[in-house]
Design a binder for this molecule. Structure first.
Ligand SMILES: [Zn+2]
Length: 420
């Protein structure tokens, strides 16, 4: 017997509605799509139906298959999408977010049933049955757990979850079943006692991750691994015990909102300005004395820098160095300045060194001879809304490769905001 049941998002649009100047509701619901025979049908009256079952319509809505499917739109099967056009009633069934392999086999069975000349296949089709409460539970998209006793220890999580919130449940370790939730996009684990995340975490294609109010004393490096780092747009790590952010935080290419307030940050990574998608940054209530010069490359909608320990020492040159360079820094300089390609995964340490190496405003690596200085600058030009702070200027820490670069920077690139 072929049991053909497909979990997917479904939307029915009525083709007759526009001719009556009406629009379809456009509502899409998660549920099960089955193909099979009517229960109780004898061999002679074997009619094949497609049946749609959702949480609201548990018994299901049936559509006759034979001589009733006008067209199947197959262009996007590999993306888990298709549309089946019925003649009577005049509706289009839009299917999305299905497993592409299951969808392919579903359409193969549909095709065989449509031909009607495939008795063997037809006789093998199981009879249609309504979905069970467990299956409805499994098609849930959102789940919020606010109490420890509501945690699904035995029954597990519905595998169709898109949004999962487990808040204030005293969780010490991430449930190993969570990384297997392949549709999960929003994960809120606020106010627990997590200290680290497992390796499998990078598998989840999250867009939003809330980890505020936990006990991370180190930034969870796994967030910077692909494919997770290529998807994350919101990261909230406020109210933890972070002392530093990683130098390769700019792996989070799509990050738009970063919240790290109420930590113990004493410095920011020198390349934080490379977070080119960032729009909203909250670093309030930390212990920052300075901002890296690269910070002003950001272009933000909202920025909160309040309650830090910004240095009030006026603009000054800290060091004008002329020192013997290390072999490592000569190597880094050579690779960067000559744009020598290398394999990032093979030479991880080197890659890390190259990324975190101090650079001049002009882009050159700062080695051996450099000027290290602090200047106070207004940052109002890079942010639309600077939240809750009375400070007008902030101390930036910069390195310059030469006196020429320093002069050019202070005179031309940064005319008005510089306070001397
Ligand atoms: Zn320079």
């Amino acid at each position: 017997m072929v049991k053909m049941r497909l979990q997917c998002d479904m939307e029915i649009s009525n083709r007759a509605l526009p001719s009556h100047n009406l629009k379809s509701s456009g509502r899409c619901s998660r549920g099960y799509l089955s193909i099979g025979q009517n229960p109780g049908s004898t061999n002679k009256q074997r009619t094949v139906y497609i049946m749609l079952c959702t949480a609201k319509d548990k018994t299901g809505t049936k559509y006759v298959v034979k001589d009733n499917v006008e067209k199947v739109f197959c262009n996007f099967i590999s993306e888990g999408k298709t549309t089946i056009r019925f003649k009577e009633p005049q509706v289009d069934l839009h299917i999305s977010k299905a497993d592409s392999i299951q969808l392919k086999s579903f359409l193969t069975v549909l095709k065989a049933s449509l031909k009607g000349e495939c008795p063997q296949q037809k006789s093998n089709l199981s009879t249609l049955s309504a979905i069970t409460p467990k299956q409805i539970e499994n098609s849930k998209k959102k789940l919020t757990i606010l109490k420890r006793q509501d945690y699904p220890i035995l029954k597990g999580f519905p595998f169709s979850l898109v949004s999962l919130k487990i808040i204030g449940c005293h969780i010490k370790k991430l449930d190993s079943r969570i990384p297997s939730l392949k549709y999960l996009q929003h994960l809120d684990l606020a106010d627990n006692v997590l200290q680290e995340l497992p390796e499998a975490f990078s598998r989840i294609l999250l867009t939003d991750l809330i980890l505020k109010g936990n006990q991370f004393s180190n930034f969870p490096q796994i967030l910077l691994e692909p494919p997770l780092c290529d998807n994350l747009t919101v990261l909230d790590l406020s109210s933890n015990q972070l002392q530093r952010l990683p130098s390769h935080i700019d792996n989070l290419r799509k990050l738009q909102i970063l919240k790290v307030s109420r930590n113990q940050l004493k410095q920011l990574p020198i390349n934080i300005g490379n977070l080119s998608s960032l729009k909203n940054l909250d670093i309030s209530n930390n212990q920052l004395p300075l901002l890296p010069a690269n910070f002003i490359k950001l272009c933000l909608h909202e920025l909160d820098l309040s309650h830090n320990s910004f240095s009030t020492t006026p603009h000054r040159i800290l060091r004008q160095c002329l020192e013997l360079p290390s072999l490592q820094s000569i190597c880094v300089k050579f690779i960067i300045n000559n744009k020598i390609p290398y394999c990032e995964t093979m030479y991880r340490d080197l890659h890390e060194l190259i990324r975190s190496h101090k650079r001049c405003w002009c882009g050159k690596v700062v080695v051996a001879k450099f000027i290290h200085c602090i200047y106070h600058a207004s940052i109002s030009f890079m942010v639309a809304s600077l939240l809750s702070t009375s400070e007008k200027t902030f101390p930036l820490e910069a390195y310059f490769c030469s006196q020429k670069c320093f002069d050019r920077f202070t005179q031309k690139q940064f005319q008005s905001p510089l306070v001397t």
